[in-house]
Every structure is written in structure tokens, then in C-alpha cells.
Design a protein around this ligand. Structure first.
Ligand code: PMP
Length: 413
């Protein structure tokens, strides 16, 4: 028996008691709408390959070709030997896609947020963070050692007060926002929030991990969808979700790029993205630009799903996007619904604390652009049947749902 064993046992026992113990499922097959999940053939409604680009022939071919011409590794960090012609070409493409002067790739979205935030603010400065922001913003804020002001979701008055006070004291202020809330599927009121930030000359960071490629006329995300992309100083997008590759990027001014090349520790002290990843991402960006029909189809599928569930009295509010939650509340009931769906051949993930606040466990359903209407309808029928069996209270006309709790507590901010 070692100290590690003691620590592991104690922590895992506490997690089990709380009903939030997790294990990894094993998926096999081509990344697309249908995969083997723990050996069972399933329709996938749990991933973030929203536009079904991960296995697109052009994306796969670009990765294959880059491996042949450049090899499988960048061979170093960007500031030493890892800055390949491919990285520069991808970043130029990304800047063109988002409509900014420059872009800079990061290893992942998580790394982008934990690198960028401490590069902008430090001790004595202020970060204004929405209560529902992603863990990577929360962790970036903690790393920065700036004062974190967590505001209630969409609380414009609080935002004005915090920005006004901090700027009045001459402090640097960064407003960090998710463009699409990853567990609720809705967007913050960007026009109002960014408007306040600009009025007080605060810096703004928009984490559009789930909006990149899926929202907006040109796929530029939630900011474009709400017509306020020009109010965003730093746009963070991911390459591993709708773009079907891997990595992330920030887009903004050339000076912003130069700042992060010199100061973002997760950029400086880490290997560059590999050639196949970079080439795949570039091919995917080209597809997103060329085929707007994919994001239109995606949002239509999501609407069909929300409408189908609503017809059976199942609430998916506040979802406005391809992330469609059904808040069940209880951990065990949520996982029972998830398992029942798997038995019927549908994989939609049950999500519990700490990804969502305690008491708001949910089924998180994420359709893809290439699901058919019949597949969506079949999923709706399966969800209704699983809920009837494992969470029947949810179907009561005025069931005391856990939904209010979704906004009442914070996922660790
Ligand atoms: N921000 C948000 C809102 C996310 O949902 C995620 C991923 N779940 C990330 C950042 C992190 O992105 P990545 O997976 O590329 O690290």
C-alpha cells in the first residue's frame, strides 16, 4: 500500500459516493455519424465533429499528403524548429476566414485559453468571467492571478458595475466569454456585453469553440451570428470540433499575434501542431468556406431535434444551437437514460458534475449536419422511451425540473 494508493482510493470513493464516477467508452471506426461504441454499432449524437469533416476525403488526403511531404511531427516548438511553412499558411487562411489581420495556432483550445489570459492580465488586473464559462477560461483566469469577477449569466448591470469600477481605478480589464455555452447550447447577449466592454475600453476574448464553422453567414461563429464580430479583440476558435482536425487558434490584430508569440507560455513552451493536423485543418477551413450548406443543415437538424422533443413535452431550453441538453437533474437517472439509449443504438452522453453544476445532470445531444431527418426522428423516439422508463417525472406537465439550477450555480468559476 502506497501513499498514491491511499490518495487514489480516498478520492475515487468520494467521487463514487457523489455518483459522478466516470469511465471512458471505447469508440472504433471512421469518425462520422455511425461508430462502434464499446463494440456496439451506434448512431453518434455525442461528438463535436459537427460538420462531419473529420473523415472528409479532402481532409484525410491533406493530412496524408502533409505526412508524406513534411513528416508526422513539427519537430519542436514554434520558436525553435517547429514553425513550418504549413503553420504560416494555415494561420493566413484562418485570418482570412475570420476576417482579421492575423491568427496564431495553439495546441488545443484549452491551451489557447490558459496561454492567452495570463498574457493579457496579471496580479492587480481584473477578469470579468461569465458564470457559465468553460473550465479552460476559469483555469486561465486562475493562472493569471488577476482578480476574477464572476458575473451571473447575462447580468449586464453587474458587468457595467464591475467594468466601470475597475477601469475607474485604472486597472486593465479583460471580459472573457464563451460564444456558445458548451453544456446548454445557447449564446450570451454578445451585443450588450461587448458593448459595455467597449464603452469602458476593456479587452474582450470570445471563446467560440462550438461556434467556429457552425454559426454565422460565413461560419465565423457566434459573433458573426449576432453581428458583433468586430467588437471582439481576441477570437478563439477550435480546429478539433466542427473543423474535424485538431488544435485551436486565436484571431485578431498582428500586434496581438506578436504579443502571444512572445508571452503566451502554452504557445512558447510546447511542440507545434504536427504537419498532418495543420494540413487537415487547412483543408477543413476551405470546406467550411466553400460549403455553407453544412452549417445550415446542422442547425436545421438541431431545430428538428428540439421541436421533436418539445412535441413530447421535453424541454431543451435554453438551447439555440447544435448543442441540445435535456436536463434530468439526478445523476443516476441521467446515466440510466444514457445507457438505455446505448442499448437502443444511440450514443448521447450523460453529463454530470463537475462539467455541469450539481443537481443539473443532463443528456447532452449533439446532432451532425449529415444526420438524416429519419435518424433524428428515431433518436427522439428513443429519448422519449428512455425518459419514460428512467426519468418519468420529466414528462409531467409542471415537473419541478432542475433547469433553474442550470443558471443558479457555477461549474467551478
Ligand atoms: N472552450 C470551450 C467552450 C469548450 O467547450 C472547449 C472544449 N470542450 C474548449 C474551450 C477547449 O477546446 P479543446 O478541446 O480544443 O481543448
Amino acid at each position: 500500500m502506497s501513499l498514491l494508493d491511499d490518495v487514489a482510493r480516498e478520492t475515487l470513493d468520494a467521487i463514487r459516493t457523489r455518483g459522478t464516477h466516470r469511465r471512458m467508452r471505447v469508440l472504433a471506426g471512421q469518425q462520422s455519424t455511425r461508430m462502434l461504441v464499446d463494440g456496439r454499432d451506434c448512431l453518434l449524437f455525442a461528438g463535436s465533429n459537427y460538420l462531419d469533416l473529420a473523415s472528409h476525403p479532402e481532409v484525410v488526403e491533406a493530412a496524408r499528403e502533409a505526412a508524406a511531404t513534411h513528416g508526422c511531427a513539427a519537430g519542436g516548438s514554434r520558436l525553435i524548429t517547429g514553425n513550418l511553412d504549413l503553420h504560416e499558411a494555415l494561420e493566413a487562411e484562418l485570418a482570412g476566414f475570420i476576417g482579421t489581420e492575423a491568427a496564431l495556432a495553439f495546441g488545443t483550445g484549452y491551451m489557447a485559453n490558459v496561454g492567452v489570459i495570463p498574457a493579457l492580465v496579471g496580479p492587480g488586473d481584473v477578469i470579468v468571467s461569465d458564470r457559465l464559462n468553460h473550465a479552460s477560461i476559469i483555469d486561465g483566469a486562475r493562472l493569471s492571478r488577476a482578480r476574477v469577477e464572476v458575473i451571473a449569466h447575462g447580468d449586464i448591470a453587474a458587468l457595467e458595475r464591475v467594468c466601470g469600477d475597475a477601469r475607474g481605478e485604472g486597472k486593465r480589464v479583460l471580459l472573457a466569454l464563451d460564444g456558445v455555452y458548451s453544456m446548454d447550447g445557447h449564446m450570451p447577449p454578445l451585443r450588450e456585453m461587448l458593448g459595455v466592454a467597449k464603452r469602458f475600453d476593456c479587452m474582450t476574448l470570445l471563446d467560440d469553440a462550438h461556434g467556429t464553422g457552425t454559426l454565422g453567414r460565413n461560419g465565423r461563429g457566434s459573433g458573426e451570428h449576432q453581428g458583433v464580430l468586430d467588437q471582439v479583440d481576441i477570437y478563439m476558435g477550435t480546429l478539433g470540433k466542427a473543423l474535424g482536425a485538431f488544435g485551436a487558434f486565436v484571431a485578431g490584430s498582428a500586434r496581438m499575434r506578436e504579443l502571444f508569440v512572445n508571452t503566451a507560455r502554452s504557445f512558447i513552451f510546447s511542440c507545434a501542431l504536427s504537419p498532418p493536423q495543420v494540413a487537415a485543418a487547412r483543408a477543413a477551413v476551405e470546406l467550411v468556406r466553400r460549403e455553407p450548406g453544412r452549417r445550415v443543415a446542422l442547425q436545421l437538424r438541431a431545430k428538428r431535434l428540439r421541436d421533436g422533443l418539445a412535441a413530447h413535452g421535453i424541454d431543451t431550453a435554453p438551447s439555440q444551437t447544435q448543442i441540445v441538453p435535456v436536463v434530468i437533474g439526478d445523476n443516476a437517472a441521467t446515466m440510466a437514460v444514457c445507457e438505455a439509449l446505448l442499448e437502443d443504438g444511440f450514443y448521447a452522453q450523460g453529463i454530470r458534475f463537475p462539467s455541469v453544476p450539481e443537481g443539473t445532470a443532463r443528456l447532452r445531444i449533439t446532432p451532425m449536419s449529415s444526420h438524416t431527418d429519419d435518424e433524428i426522428d428515431a433518436l427522439v423516439a428513443a429519448v422519449v422511451s428512455a425518459i419514460e422508463r428512467h426519468a418519468p417525472d420529466l414528462l409531467e406537465p409542471h415537473a419541478p425540473g432542475a433547469r433553474e439550477g442550470s443558471f443558479a450555480a457555477t461549474a467551478g468559476a
